[in-house]
Design a protein around this ligand. Structure first.
Ligand SMILES: CC(C)(COP(=O)(O)OP(=O)(O)OC[C@H]1O[C@@H](n2cnc3c(N)ncnc32)[C@H](O)[C@@H]1OP(=O)(O)O)[C@@H](O)C(=O)NCCC(=O)NCCS
Length: 333
């Protein structure tokens, strides 16, 4: 990075579409202009994070352990996680064209996130970046099948689409969505593009030698807007893997994540003919009601559900959820 005297303007960036001229000028005054030549690094993995960088012009690639994980361009913010957590850079960002940016410290990052509209646009991206860096938690089903659990990522769109296209029968879709139709592209976006605070989802991937990385199940909680201590839960296990304990594993995993998001209760609506789901949710503290003809609902004590899975797995899942939710809060704070 070297200081630059060329003037830059923030007004054209989509990130600042809602910002006032006064906000932008205050923000610009708190930041230092920098230039990076093509092929030079903006930040390097493993180095201390003492500033963040807002890219104003130019493009760069992001690599972790030498592998590409993303691209950044005008309006992208890099390096803020290490700065805010007081830790080391978790990725290297290398300019592919000359880059002009604005560098700042934690205080100016605070100013940036207070700028109108920035929090909404940026918070989601930051949480997703951290989610991409978490380690999947291994687990073994009773029949010996090796799986991994991790939070859902935007990149899971293809996995989810494939599952809906072939591995999830019309009857499973009916039980999951209360209608047999294939989920729309907009619904799939909603399912993979989560904020980890009000909407949290685990996915289960195969981890054995066969079909490693194939997605076989997911489960989520979505906080109720009018009752923030309570979240609606929903599950989907591909047909070939139903009845093998994945539902139970995921219910325990949601229970492990619940205290992290301050969720006290889970609520579920279930088709009355869905025997496995009713069995799964029929816990000592379940309280069932009839919601409408053919639909029953129950409310469960969320944190107690972690006892469904072994304590070490529950602890690992909770730690993973903690890391993501903390980052999402940081980005939003
Ligand atoms: C419902 C669903 C999530 C359950 O997951 P699963 O991995 O198949 O379930 P599990 O193997 O963990 O079994 C869960 C419980 O149901 C019981 N069960 C499994 N299959 C069953 C069946 N055919 N009939 C009755 N009970 C059954 C299990 O014994 C287990 O009970 P336990 O926890 O008291 O031991 C899964 O089958 C599914 O995705 N179905 C289609 C979509 C759906 O119904 N989603 C839920 C709507 S939100």
């Amino acid at each position: 990075l070297h200081p630059s005297s060329r003037s830059v303007t923030l007004a054209g960036l989509e990130l600042f579409a809602d910002a006032s001229a006064a906000e932008l000028s205050e923000l610009q005054d708190s930041l230092e202009r920098v230039e990076v030549d093509a092929d030079d690094a903006l930040v390097r993995e493993g180095e201390p994070g003492d500033c963040f960088l807002l890219v104003v012009q130019g493009e760069a690639t992001v690599t972790r352990d030498g592998l590409p994980v993303g691209r950044v361009g005008p309006g992208s913010i890099v390096g803020e996680l290490a700065l805010l957590r007081g830790g080391l850079r978790t990725a290297t960002v290398t300019a592919t064209t000359p880059v002009i940016g604005l560098a700042g410290d934690a205080e100016s990052f605070g100013l940036l996130t207070e700028t109108a509209g920035v929090r909404e646009r940026f918070g989601r991206t930051a949480a997703q970046r951290l989610a991409a860096s978490v380690q999947p938690v291994p687990a073994t089903l009773q029949d010996g099948t090796a799986v991994q659990l991790r939070p859902v990522l935007p990149a899971d769109r293809a996995r989810l689409t494939a599952a809906f296209d072939g591995d999830f029968s019309a009857d499973s879709q009916r039980k999951r969505f209360f209608s047999p139709g294939r989920p729309s592209a907009a619904l799939i976006s909603y399912l993979v593009d989560v904020d980890y605070v009000d909407h949290f989802a685990w996915v289960v991937l195969l981890a054995g030698p066969d079909e490693a990385g194939k997605g076989v199940a997911s489960a989520r909680y979505i906080r109720l807007a009018d009752d923030p201590d309570t979240a609606e839960i929903a599950f989907g296990v591909v047909d070939a893997y139903q009845g093998r304990g994945l539902g139970r594993l995921l219910l325990g995993a949601l229970g492990a994540a619940a205290p992290v998001g301050d969720v006290l209760r889970f609520r579920a609506s279930v088709l009355a003919d869905n025997a496995p789901m009713r069995k799964l949710l029929d816990r000592p503290n379940s309280h069932w009601t009839r919601e409408e003809p053919g639909v029953v609902a129950t409310v469960l004590d969320a944190p107690a559900l972690r006892d469904l899975i072994d304590p070490a797995t529950a602890a690992a899942l909770e730690a993973e959820a903690q890391a993501i939710v903390a980052a999402a809060h940081l980005a939003l704070a």
